[in-house]
Write a protein that binds this ligand. Structure first.
Ligand code: FEO
Length: 190
């Protein structure tokens, strides 16, 4: 019987892993912290809504908090996959002082705009150091940010229309509570 036993020499050389630029490594580490801080900001918003009749908004904020944690973990995994050192820093205490649902969503939009700027800055550095894999990761985040900003702006527009009308606010609350909560929600990190 003819032997079909073939051996292909395979060379595994971990030193061939492309090293990550030090400045980019530092900024990506900072972004883990920024995303975890963002998660904490949203958790504080959820907690505030839990003290109000708006259970749907509380659920929306809780879901968003979880998505931000997934974003942090996506950066973490990327650094680990690139064989770069992960350095975790303390997470700042979030603001917990809110006045109305409109106020919370206005602060949410500010939060998202801040993160978009951070990702933009990161993309610029990735471009400067010609790290195309990082650019690819950051493009995913830029699209995610666009989507998140749009979602918050849409809710803000409707909250402004609702004004102080309790019936309208409760309709929006119910809508917010129906936001999908599984698998990263609005295109969250997989
Ligand atoms: Fe991960 Fe919405 O910032």
């Amino acid at each position: 019987m003819r032997s079909h036993c073939w051996f292909y020499p395979v060379t595994l050389n971990p030193t061939h892993v492309m090293t990550l630029n030090p400045k980019l490594t530092k900024l990506l580490n900072e972004q883990i912290n920024n995303e975890m801080s963002s998660s904490y900001v949203y958790l504080a918003m959820a907690a505030w809504f839990e003290q109000t009749p708006y259970a749907g908004f509380a659920q929306w904020m809780f879901t968003q908090s979880r998505e931000e944690t997934m974003h942090a973990l996506k950066f973490y995994q990327y650094l680990a996959d690139r064989d770069a050192k992960v350095e975790l820093e303390p997470i700042a205490k979030p603001n917990a002082d809110f006045k109305t649902p409109l106020d919370v969503f206005q602060q949410s939009l500010q939060q998202e705009e801040k993160v978009t700027q951070q990702i933009n800055d990161l993309y610029e550095v990735a471009e400067q150091v010609k790290d195309h894999a990082s650019k690819n990761l950051l493009l995913w985040f830029l699209n995610e940010q666009m989507e998140e900003e749009k979602t918050v702006r849409d809710m803000l527009d409707r909250l402004k229309l609702a004004g102080n009308d309790p019936a309208s606010l409760l309709v929006l609350d119910r809508e917010a509570g129906s936001r999908p909560s599984g698998g990263g929600g609005s295109g969250g990190a997989e």
